[in-house]
Design a protein around this ligand. Sequence first.
Ligand code: HSE
Length: 402
Amino acid sequence: MQNRVKIGMFGYGCVGQGLHDVLLNSRGFRTDIKKICVKDRNKPRRIGADHFTFEKNVILEDPEINLVVELISDPEEAYHIVKQSLMSGKNVVSANKKMLAQHLPEMIELQQKHNTSLLYEASCCGCIPIIRNLEEYYDNEMLLSVKGIFNGSTNYILSKMYNENMDYPTVLKEAQALGYVEADPSLDVEGLDARDKLAIITLHAFGLFLDPDEIFSYGISSISTFDLQYAREKGLKIKLVPTVSKIDDTTITSYVIPQFVKPEHFLYNVENEYNGVIAEAAFSNKQFFYGRGAGGHPTGSAVLSDISANSYEYRYEYKKLFQKIETNYTRNIPIEIYYRYRRKEDLELIPFSEIHESYKSRDHNYVVGTVNLEDLYRLRPMLKNRKVFLARTPDNGTQAEK
Ligand code: HSE
């Protein structure tokens, strides 16, 4: 049975407005947004001032509002809003991946203690329903890995640089104008947004809370035309690929790293703001989810799906977490990378166990070799300030490796 939903919403930015459009066009589902709480009093808005409030308690203390939809960018503020809502018996829909990745254990406790529900499909991969699939379809399947493209803006940047030879600052601005980029763009381009989504997905896929800081993440901010040309010459593309995978029965590893992909790879044709998720399980084998990963309308559509699910009393059961199957985490794995560098000391920084290919010219040098992920993780701060770029070499291209 569908329950009546009275919504109090926080934020009216790209996703908030996207949700509004999606709601206006939804035929099957009718709901009321009673009030929208926003920060900026002077910003011109496309709907009347009577829809808005600047005081969060107007929503949080309104007994008629039974669902809080949190769509702001500030993770700290979002944390307090979501926490207070759950504690006061209101259900919540949130899209705030940074906040969720940091506070999921507490959020699960709050839901249990106050018998409330927090849904957040829109936090991961735009309109691809990956969390609900992990919860419901893969609840008893032995997952082997989940990987893909989880960030729309970096995929947009990589696509435009590769396909149209656009330069990085121009295409970043374009992605910002299209509403794909976070208020703090470094979250996207340094791989941190993809990392936060990976932490959320890891909980639903493998039942393990990972502090996002424990995940090695390397973004695309230092990519150069040389790297793209290297990819083109080898018939490859570069994608930013978050991965969580089993390395044995009881251990998983995870990382976010640019990766060269071959034309036969599922991710090769995932372009622009689109995302793709490959879930591999022992019995169902590989399934590929594809859809728009950023932007007001696709994300608004995921939020609407959660609002609707909430009205039917759907809640996450965190099945993998409560199955309590032994799951350990390691970064102690070898990984083959392409490493483009300039100076001798930049090469010496990386403790390669093997070097398989080496190239030197006046302006650009690179090696392809094997390094331990733990070493890369340890070297994160040092990698930042150098003119270097690294990317995983392609998967073998066999069906099993795709
Ligand atoms: N900045 C995010 C992205 C928005 O580019 O994917 C959607 O989460």
